[in-house]
Design a protein around this ligand. Structure first.
Ligand SMILES: Cc1cc2nc3c(=O)[nH]c(=O)nc-3n(C[C@H](O)[C@H](O)[C@H](O)COP(=O)(O)OP(=O)(O)OC[C@H]3O[C@@H](n4cnc5c(N)ncnc54)[C@H](O)[C@@H]3O)c2cc1C
Length: 382
């Protein structure tokens, strides 16, 4: 018998999207979120066409397009000279080539859009301030499937033999936003800009909601055993300053003296099992947390949620979750490889960097876009 009711652990992007995708199939759910209120974690998000296609299927695109910004291009720029190396067209080009828009927005805007839709849907019941250890008894009716959407530090993962705890990736992120009034002129208000340098890169894009800019600097770095996101320590501050010291003065100057930067050690999941062959399955970062080098973590969570709902609506649960895992694993593995390649290319040093710059400069936009067809043009089952 296909599933009629699900328990979802975690109300992040994966969990909320799963509740909506299940409801679209007539499957009800209880969603359990440990936080008493859904906090504003993170800053900006790029939502690529593969993810916005799913959000359109869930009826959310009109709400999102009214609040997000569709960049004209994704630009790769030298961090030392600010010279453009290459640009992938986005905007209307993305809509035409990949059949759905490329948008950038504050993470809280996406979360609120999903949350409002969940709250409005009688098939979804959200329970805030509830840890999964204690919550299943609160389900409105017995759940045939338990969906772990509880993020990179998933507790539900422990219930799955062959699932592995995440490991530190050797990279750290520093995130901050620049208010509209303080945004320097060199920041492009129409595009996503990825500034590339030795062992580091920085992604900047405008946020329509505030008129300011979302900034993420990512660099190789070590962490103390218990490091977690928060205010950077003096050592982490020094790492950031030293990595960007020899970049273009406009960028190194931008980082100096800021007290609003947050530190994010980057962990990634080791490939392993996502389901127990019975009734428990992981999605999103709980299953396959990945580096942000391809900006696809949230997009994969959204695709997972949509495709899992399609399997659960048409098959008995044990078969559905095992097919789901088998179907999604190759795509996630390929994306990990693309992320690793981007890490190598974005952070290249010396002669490799020179070679990269030449290759990028010679690539026409159509060829750069063609490289992304398998990611952005993906059409999920369902
Ligand atoms: C620097 C950076 C930039 C990024 N940029 C992009 C981008 O541009 N585009 C993109 O697609 N992705 C991006 N990502 C990745 C993206 O942010 C994540 O992949 C995505 O948010 C994962 O969503 P999730 O719902 O799986 O997990 P989470 O967002 O972590 O949600 C998990 C939820 O589960 C709850 N929870 C945890 N444990 C329990 C429990 N025991 N009981 C109940 N609830 C629990 C948590 O409170 C949380 O609300 C970026 C990531 C980083 C670090």
């Amino acid at each position: 018998m296909p599933v009629e009711h699900a328990a979802i652990i975690g109300a992040g992007i994966a969990g909320l999207t799963a509740a909506l995708a299940l409801a679209r199939r007539g499957i009800s759910s209880d969603i359990f979120e440990q936080a008493p209120v859904l906090a504003e974690v993170g800053a900006g998000l790029q939502i690529s066409p593969n993810a916005s296609h799913v959000l359109a299927e869930l009826g959310l695109l009109d709400r999102l397009t009214s609040v997000w910004l569709e960049p004209q291009s994704i630009r790769l720029i030298s961090g030392s000279s600010l010279r453009e190396l290459a640009a992938v067209p986005a905007g209307n080009f993305a809509r035409n080539r990949w059949g759905a828009p490329y948008g950038v927005l504050h993470r809280k805007t996406l979360q609120k859009t999903l949350l409002d839709a969940v709250t409005d849907n009688p098939l979804c019941a959200l329970h805030l301030g509830t840890h999964f250890e204690s919550n299943l008894a609160q389900c409105r009716r017995p759940a045939e499937v338990i969906i772990g959407a509880d993020g990179v530090w998933s507790k539900l993962r422990q219930a799955i033999a062959g699932a592995h705890a995440p490991h530190f990736s050797g990279n750290v992120a520093f995130r901050f936003t620049i208010p509209k009034a303080e945004a320097p002129g060199f920041l492009d208000r129409t595009s996503v800009s990825a500034l590339l340098g030795s062992s580091a890169h920085m992604v900047c894009y405008p946020l329509k909601e505030t008129g300011g800019f979302n900034m993420v600097a990512i660099t190789a770095g070590n962490i103390a055993a218990q490091a977690w996101q928060g205010q950077p320590t003096p050592v982490q501050q020094e790492l950031l300053q030293s990595r960007f010291r020899h970049w273009h003065p406009s960028i190194s100057g931008l980082l100096r003296g800021r007290n609003d930067i947050t530190f994010w050690p980057l962990f990634e999941a080791i490939p392993g099992r996502w389901q127990d062959g019975d009734k428990t399955v992981l999605i999103g970062d709980a299953a396959h947390a990945m580096m942000p080098f391809a900006a696809q973590g949230a997009a994969m969570a959204i695709e997972d949620a949509f495709e899992l709902a399609a399997f659960l609506a048409t098959r008995p649960v044990a078969e559905a979750i095992s097919l789901f895992e088998r179907h999604r694993t190759p795509r996630i593995a390929k994306l990990r490889q693309r992320g690793a390649f981007n890490r190598f290319a974005y952070h290249a040093r010396g002669p490799i960097r020179l070679g990269r710059d030449i290759v990028l400069s010679l690539k026409p936009p159509q060829s750069l876009a063609a490289d992304l067809d398998w990611i952005y043009g993906y059409r999920p089952i369902g």
